[in-house]
Design a protein around this ligand. Structure first.
Ligand code: ZN
Length: 168
């Protein structure tokens, strides 16, 4: 499929409509209570709430996960998940954080954005064999589909995501 890489957010509805039959419910884990919700693809942009705890399933902001909720939220469901492995002592990580947040604001709910503090959750970082930070790992349905070591600018990040999501 062709992606209009410079067309901003318009690539995402196009991507969603071609990859997902609109009648098929999407499974989306709640980042607050980890309940697995089923949301019709046609309702994804209607600010869906968790059926159990009523929290918004997406806020347009990255969610911080740790050892206890990473697997339940980041490794399940039908929405691609981009994880930013970072640490507070890492200067490049702090510089990259606003880029990651701004990209989340533009692309959620079509991609979920997750922050993983490698100091607070070393087990998750070890499981992914993270050797340098920041590192970005793109997941879908529990499977790693791409990885980027080092910070990149927002435009490059969007193009990187579009390329790997189209190829998966
Ligand atoms: Zn919930």
């Amino acid at each position: 499929m062709r992606l209009r890489l410079l067309a901003g957010d318009t690539i995402w509805p196009e991507y969603a409509s071609k990859k997902t039959p609109m009648t098929t419910p999407l499974e989306i884990p709640c980042s607050h209570c980890q309940a697995l919700n089923r949301v019709p693809a046609t309702r994804l942009d209607d600010r869906p709430l968790c059926g159990r705890c009523k929290a918004p399933l997406f806020t347009g902001q990255p969610v911080a996960l740790g050892e206890h909720d990473f697997a339940a939220v980041a490794l399940r469901g039908d929405i691609p998940v981009l994880v930013d492995f970072w640490a507070a002592w890492c200067g490049p990580c702090r510089m990259f954080a606003p880029v990651f947040a701004a990209t989340a604001a533009g692309l959620e709910p079509h991609v979920r954005f997750v922050k993983l503090d490698t100091e607070a959750a070393p087990g998750v970082a070890a499981r992914f064999a993270i050797r340098s930070i920041p590192s970005l790992v793109l997941l879908h349905q529990g499977r790693e589909i791409a990885r980027q070591a080092g910070a990149i600018d927002g435009s490059s990040l969007r193009q990187w995501l579009a390329r790997h999501l189209a190829a998966r």
